[in-house]
Design a protein. Structure first.
Length: 428
């Protein structure tokens, strides 16, 4: 990856690769997860702990079999079914894991396989006549006929935990890399009379990431899958290839999404809302009937009520916009409440931060905030109150009052003409 950040902490759709894998395991009903890291992988261990996972350290990098065996102490006393997956497969699903577990339940050991569009240099999975694993052969060691096999090894296994660790302890490193390989486990199981079943999944679900290019490809595949799901669920996207979704984006049916919209993590859009083009939404909820954008930004904590309007070049942060309220132009609202039916004029800002404290601006229902108003928090605008355009409001405004806070206009007759005449002479 050519990065100071560990590979599995790079993100797809706003979630680290490892987070996607853990979510898939949990979706499959796996309730005890151990993440194996290198000795230097403290950042990975910290992230795994935040997900409720245990960790184990592989003290030396001696191959995939050695890595899996490193989890033995962390699973001391565990006698259930063990599933081993790679931490860099962000498109793995709960259904993929379940398929491997079901295959294991029939035989005692199972391998996850897939048929890629281009088998390339993947290890080939060779089957017995009755459909069990015969052996796995690496591409470089395969004959021409074996290279013609399209079933490939995805590197994921399921087995009885006690049996697996016994087999893994018996692995040999008599190969060119002097490493202990998971691919040798089925041969050891066969000596115990255990056949290795095969679960076949699609290529996308076992896509791994080993470079920035592959990270970008995984992002693209995630987005294609997520967009297709939304379209099938009744969401309208006029140019779906320009809409980008996060791993946890929730969008109801009959939502309309215009081109070039980005959803960051933590977004829920309720049925019937409209998200106009070039908007960026993160950590926000939008109720039905609301219209967002174009060119709007909703930051974390934004809660947009039913039928509210957030227009072009409006930024909302940690603010509740109640039903029917409108902020249609060139506005910043942070740490605020905007009451139902209120209207926020163009150029309005909440001055919510003094360098130390973020304070609340409370705008009552039906209030009308004139264009270019600065609301210096903490401040409350009463229900139905009006602020005059260009005002700097520093005190609470009573309900139904008009508040003007600006210098009195002064006109100097003829000044503009005198000024122009002077400047023209200076140019000569």
């Amino acid at each position: 990856m050519k990065s100071a950040l560990p590979k599995v902490l790079h993100k797809v759709a706003g979630l680290p690769l490892l987070g996607h894998v853990v979510a898939a395991l949990q979706a499959a009903g796996v309730d005890r997860i151990v993440v194996v890291t290198s000795a230097a992988g403290q950042a990975v261990r910290d992230y795994a702990a935040s997900l409720g996972c245990a960790t184990a350290v592989q003290d030396r990098q001696l191959g995939t079999g050695h890595a899996a065996l490193s989890a033995k102490d962390a699973l001391a006393g565990f006698s259930g079914t063990l599933v081993i997956v790679n931490g860099d497969m962000p498109l793995t699903t709960g259904a993929t894991i379940e398929a491997c577990l079901k295959a294991q339940a029939r035989t005692g050991l199972a391998l996850l396989a897939f048929e890629p569009a281009d088998a390339g240099v993947y290890g080939r999975v060779l089957l017995t006549p009755d459909g069990f694993l015969n052996r796995i052969v690496e591409f470089k060691d395969a004959s021409e006929s074996e290279r013609g096999v399209t079933l490939c090894n995805a590197g994921c296994y399921a087995a009885d935990a006690e049996s697996f660790f016994r087999w893994a302890a018996g692995l040999k490193n008599q190969n060119a890399q002097a490493e202990y390989y998971l691919t040798d486990v089925p041969a050891l199981a066969r000596l115990d009379g255990v056949k290795c079943g095969i679960a076949v999944t699609d290529e996308v679900s076992v896509t791994g990431v080993n470079s920035r290019a592959e990270l970008a490809q995984a992002e693209s595949l995630f987005q294609q899958r997520a967009r297709a799901r939304l379209l099938a669920d009744g969401v309208t996207m006029t140019a779906p290839e320009t809409v980008f979704l996060a791993h946890d984006t929730v969008i109801g049916n009959d939502v309309e999404i215009e081109p070039f919209v980005v959803f960051g993590p933590g977004v829920t859009i309720e049925a019937g809302a409209r998200i106009r083009g070039h908007s960026h939404i993160e950590g926000a909820t939008v109720a039905g009937g609301a219209i967002i954008g174009p060119f709007a930004r909703l930051r974390p904590g934004a809660r947009i009520g039913k039928d509210a309007h957030i227009g072009n070049f409006v930024e909302i942060k940690n603010t509740v916009i109640e039903q029917g309220a409108k902020a249609n132009h060139l506005t910043y609202l942070g740490d605020a409440r905007v009451g139902a039916g209120a209207n926020i004029g163009a150029g309005t800002i909440t001055c919510n931060y003094d360098g130390f404290t973020k304070s609340l601006t409370d705008i009552g229902a039906g209030a009308f905030i004139g264009s270019d108003t600065a609301l210096v928090a903490p401040v409350r605008i009463g229900d139905g109150a009006i602020t005059g355009a260009g005002s700097v409001i520093t005190r609470d405004v009573p309900a139904d009052a008009l508040s003007l806070a600006r210098e009195q206009q002064m006109d100097i007759a003829g000044w503009a003409k005198t000024f122009r005449d002077k400047k023209q002479k200076e140019k000569k």
